[in-house]
Design a binder for this molecule. Structure first.
Ligand code: ZN
Length: 181
């Protein structure tokens, strides 16, 4: 990621080590048009920065919802509100990135499949059983609304490998604090 891309990302996405990313979110209660405006904006940000999922705390809202799109097409947009995720089957390793951790990737173990019970954007109860990339992204985003981010899933090797970037993000956050932004 170049400097310009990083500056844009920093304006629109909450980055590590912001404390909101490490808080358990409050249950979300607003549905319909109000929520649609917020999630449409999240889909736009996600597309702009080439993410496949974005959780509410990553845009500064400590509430239990997230958006996912693993196809990159408009009909692939999915909104999950107040989800209950049940991992199913064996654990598989896969490389994960996160828009709040630019240029960092971590090998994470996730269940191959999962069942998710959730409310959609209009508050309707839904259930989905899925596997593959979608199951992985759902588990990653569900971590976010529980205040869990990929740094807590890093092994010692991951921490050493990503040390420079983590320290850079910590430094930027400290400087922003100093000038009060
Ligand atoms: Zn993430």
């Amino acid at each position: 990621m170049n400097k310009k891309q990083f500056e844009e990302l920093k304006e629109e996405i909450v980055l590590y080590p912001d404390s909101i990313l490490h808080q358990k979110c409050e249950k979300h209660v607003m549905f319909g048009d109000g929520l649609k405006v917020i999630t449409d904006d999240m889909f736009e940000k996600m597309k702009k920065f080439r993410g496949v999922g974005l959780a509410a705390p990553q845009i500064g809202l400590s509430e239990t919802f997230f958006v996912v799109n693993v196809t990159g097409k408009p009909d692939g947009n999915m909104v999950f509100v107040n989800p209950v995720v049940t991992p199913v089957g064996k654990m598989v390793e896969g490389l994960e990135g996160c828009l709040s951790f630019p240029d960092i990737s971590v090998l994470c173990k996730r269940a191959k499949k999962c069942i998710i019970k959730y409310l959609d954007v209009s508050g309707e109860l839904k259930e989905l059983e899925t596997s593959g990339l979608l199951a992985r992204v759902i588990q990653h985003e569900n971590d976010h609304i529980n205040g869990v981010t990929i740094d807590s899933r890093m092994t010692l090797t991951d921490k050493v490998m990503n040390k420079k970037m983590l320290q850079f993000l910590e430094k930027i956050a400290k400087e922003a604090e100093k000038i009060g932004v």
